[in-house]
Design a protein. Structure first.
Length: 335
């Protein structure tokens, strides 16, 4: 494991705008009670969700991503032709080939010949894309970058697995970034992978491992999570990881103005807050009305923070999350 021994110099980055989109269909926990033949209030107590959004069969992932992108463009009246790179930071792709960013570009309002590519380390993909974008902008390779995360977990849920089926919602979110004048940027970024957790959270099909040639089952197409084992492993790693992330930024947790966490579950959020001593007024929580939106979760929380007055110039934000892999990701930003 790489050890971070010194404070990192800030990498300039300016977030110009954020946007978000959810499907039209709102699914309440009361509706889920009926689906699972449970007493009234069961799903809300078990999942911690009042409602989430599930996409209909006539709408695609790229379309939802384009809605979030257009929302970000319109909020700050950003010209689409000013974007010269599109990054898709989603956990599940539209198909194996071509890559998802190309699909999003096709249905977007962006110039149809700009560069695009995917970044994927599941639920923390957006953070990795932000770091990558900052590096490219500071090297002068691109001038303005759109990062979009869109995931449709409802299309891969195993409805026989109550633990996971209750907590997921579909959604998309976007951030448009440029280098800026150096008054804002990334203070620290940390990413660690613990492959002993590789099989604790997975969808096995969609690549070379399980397919028509080598064999597959219907269950290989569905989300499979061993929640208790995953939780135990993550719990042993989170505190030291967060300490190294904050050391790299030269900060302590009380100095962080706002924490934007991956909305994994209400129990995960509660436990992380307890472990890291995050105060109730220090973090943004949209889980009750969105559920776990996989890679779209963190940028959706960021959009909520940006549009509800939770972000203050010169006061640091911390992005934090766990992901399949098992992967831990964190970033400290100065807005």
């Amino acid at each position: 494991m790489a050890v971070q021994n010194s404070v990192r110099a800030m990498t300039p980055l300016k977030i110009l705008s954020t946007g978000a989109a959810v499907p039209v269909r709102c699914v309440t926990s009361a509706e889920m009670d009926k689906r699972f033949n449970k007493p009234d209030g069961y799903v809300q107590r078990r999942s911690g969700i009042e409602h989430r959004f599930h996409i209909t069969d006539d709408v695609g992932q790229a379309q939802l991503a384009a809605e979030a992108l257009n929302d970000a463009l319109q909020r700050q009246q950003i010209a689409p032709e000013s974007i010269d790179l599109l990054i898709s930071a989603s956990a599940i792709g539209i198909q194996v080939l071509p890559y998802t960013a190309a699909h999003i570009l096709k249905v977007s309002n962006l110039p149809q010949n700009i560069a695009s590519f995917d970044i994927n380390n599941t639920c923390v993909s957006f953070m990795t894309a932000l770091e990558t974008a900052a590096c490219l902008l500071n090297q002068g390779v691109y001038r303005r970058i759109a990062i979009v995360s869109a995931d449709l977990p409802s299309r891969g849920l195993n409805w026989d697995d109550e633990e996971s089926a209750l907590i997921f919602g579909d959604g998309a979110a976007c951030a448009i970034v440029e280098k800026g004048d150096g008054s804002s940027g990334i203070l620290s970024f940390l990413l660690e992978t613990y492959p002993e957790g590789l099989e604790l959270c997975e969808v096995r099909c969609g690549g070379t491992r399980r397919n028509l040639r080598v064999g597959m089952d219907d269950s290989d197409f569905l989300f499979d999570m061993k929640g208790k084992q995953l939780f135990r492993l993550a719990t042993t790693l989170i505190e030291s990881f967060a300490e190294r992330l904050l050391q790299q930024a030269g900060l302590t947790m009380p100095q962080v103005d706002c924490v934007l966490m991956h909305q994994a579950s209400h129990l995960a959020i509660k436990h992380i807050c307890k472990q890291l001593r995050i105060k109730p007024d220090q973090y943004v929580d949209i889980y009750r009305y969105r559920g776990n939106q996989v890679a779209a979760s963190i940028p959706s929380v960021m959009h909520e923070a940006w549009t509800t007055g939770r972000v203050h110039e010169g006061k640091p934000l911390m992005l934090f999350g766990t992901a399949a892999g098992l992967t831990l990701g964190g970033m400290v930003l100065l807005p």
